[in-house]
Design a protein. Structure first.
Lengths: 390, 156
């Protein structure tokens, strides 16, 4: 079977989305109550009900969540790749739908780290199962997680390519300009490069404002086949291409600190979609830290390796710029509950439906949701498009 | 900000997280008791393997994966690949640093493997990519020692 025969292009679509965030950074609801609300909201957005669902994605246990919902799904997907989990779910759901394994898939996320802290709610502590080389070879040295590995990548990028803190800060500034247009964003005040550089150093070279927020947040999406999507309430957002790659877990094992596995997942997803970086109207690139977003610009092919610094500072990533990136205000200014990838999808879908309100990118037809998981470890790229792109 | 070096002031620092011993890494940790730095070596592809494994990941597709790995003693010399400074040790839970900023680095041993460490014996902000460093040992509570590094030619 050739690669073309396995293409998922246009086979499935995102037909419903929902999310819940607050400018306070805190939500009233938590846990299963919040997850169920997101699923019901996303199904309502699609014009579907729980009775239609035969596929369930949940990065902890799809089985436990399906039981809670009272569903009997034929597709359960519990892949947990950190922040990119939801892009992986898009890929796997599209594949399952295309293969006839299931027809209507929901994926859900709810995390309330901020209000858990202020309300002193107990949070389950989860360790990684199995052997743990990170505990043996990294944790003794006091590298703060998740920030430290990203700081190491930033340091090496600066060393090899002359990238500057000012160039990294330009990403935070452009992202804040988008957040100013989003009434649900946590931070909306104008931000300057000087502000970022004046914020306290954390793990150098990263400043506090190079780092994402810690907020509550929740979301869900619904996917179905292209044929069924055309019968539903909202304009379908088609999965044109999707691909995932991992090349390490712990940062010590990353083959090249300045090249992420997005250099594999991005080109594969674009090839499946039949489009390239020049065709992208909206880039939703996971911004756990400014360096994360900078590496996406290079690895997805928007600029050459090593040129991410000057490119980010000059291309125009903000409103009115030539490469609108993270139009909801991103993990840096909108919300970041821990596994932010869900919000890449909800915003990409809204942009492609023309539901972006003040932050709408005119005529958006192609959007990329590019998730980053763990410690630059797992990249997953979903290329999404309107009916006009099929 | 202090420019004092983040050198532990006591020879045994029980507040540092002490690493578990993995299934394949017993010989590595035993050798640290004598101040010897071991790396695994794959005789099939003639390169180092780190962290310790039951097989060589570089040979995985080349037929050498089932060849036994051997242990070799490293000379302790390395080059800094990337280095960062933790400016808020309390947020990192790193009480071994006595509240002072400290350096975490990835260093490339001359034998070709990369490991994480703390570079000590100089101000943490002075550590930079390309810097020559040499292993120095910090005892742990059970007699094993942790491989830290210091600038080559600085002290002993």
């Amino acid at each position: 079977m050739s690669r073309e025969d396995r293409s998922l292009r246009g086979a499935a679509a995102v037909v419903g989305v929902a999310d819940d965030v607050s400018p306070t950074g805190e939500l009233d609801r938590t846990g299963r109550e919040l997850e169920v609300a997101m699923v019901l909201d996303a199904l309502e957005d699609a014009g579907l009900t729980l009775a239609d669902v035969d596929g369930v994605c949940h990065p902890e246990s799809a089985v436990a969540f399906a039981e809670y919902l009272g569903l009997h799904p034929t597709f359960v997907e519990s892949t947990m790749t950190g922040g990119s989990s939801y892009e992986v779910h898009v890929e796997h759901a599209a594949a399952a739908i295309a293969a006839g394994v299931c027809d209507v898939v929901v994926s859900v996320y709810a995390s309330t780290p901020r209000s858990d802290r202020t309300r002193k709610r107990a949070r389950p502590r989860r360790g990684m199962p199995g052997p743990n080389p990170m505990a043996e070879w990294e944790l003794p040295f006091g590298l703060r997680l998740p920030m430290g590995p990203y700081a190491l990548a930033a340091d090496r990028h600066m060393h090899e390519f002359g990238t500057t803190s000012e160039q990294l800060a330009a990403i935070a500034v452009a992202t804040r300009e988008w957040a100013a247009l989003n009434p649900r964003a946590r931070y909306r005040d104008p931000l300057t490069i000087a502000d970022v550089l004046a914020s306290p150093l954390q793990v150098s070279p990263l400043h506090l404002l190079d780092c994402c927020l810690v907020t509550d947040g929740a979301g869900a999406f619904v996917m179905t086949s292209a044929a069924r999507a055309r019968t539903l309430r909202k304009p379908p957002v088609y999965v044109l291409g999707a691909a995932t790659c991992t090349d390490h877990l712990g940062i010590t094992q990353m083959p090249d600190l300045t090249t992420t596995p997005g250099a594999v997942s991005g080109p594969r997803a674009f090839a499946m979609a039949g489009v390239g970086p020049a065709d992208v109207d909206v880039l939703m690139g996971y911004d756990s830290f400014t360096i994360t977003a900078l590496l996406h610009l290079e690895d997805l092919g928007f600029c050459a390796k090593g040129q991410g610094g000057p490119f980010a500072a000059e291309v125009g990533l903000g409103p009115g710029g030539s490469l609108p990136m993270n139009t909801n205000g991103g993990g840096l200014s909108f919300t970041h509950p821990g596994m932010y990838g869900m919000f890449l999808i909800t915003e990409a879908v809204r942009q492609l439906r023309g539901e972006g309100e003040k932050r709408q990118v005119d005529g958006a037809e192609v959007a990329v949701a590019h998730g980053s998981g763990m410690f630059l470890s797992v990249m997953s790229t979903a290329v999404l498009g309107t009916a006009a792109t099929l | 900000m202090s420019t004092e070096p983040a050198v532990p002031t006591e020879r045994t620092v029980p507040t540092r997280f002490e690493p578990p011993v993995g299934d394949e890494s017993g010989p590595f940790w035993e050798a640290t008791r004598e101040g010897r730095l071991l790396v695994q070596w794959c005789t099939a592809c003639d390169q180092g393997v780190f962290y310790p494994r039951a097989f060589c990941p570089s040979c995985a597709g080349a037929g050498g994966a089932r060849r036994a790995l051997e242990w070799r003693e490293a000379n302790g010399r390395a080059t800094v690949h990337a280095a960062v400074v933790e400016h808020r040790p309390e947020l990192a839970g790193a009480s071994f640093a006595h509240g002072e900023p400290f350096c975490i680095a990835l260093v490339d041993l001359e034998e070709g493997v990369r490991m994480m460490t703390n570079v000590v014996g100089c101000p943490p902000g002075d550590v930079h990519g390309g810097m020559a460093v040499t292993v120095t040992w910090e005892p742990m509570s059970d007699g094993r020692q942790l491989a830290l590094f210091r600038p080559t030619g600085e002290g002993s």
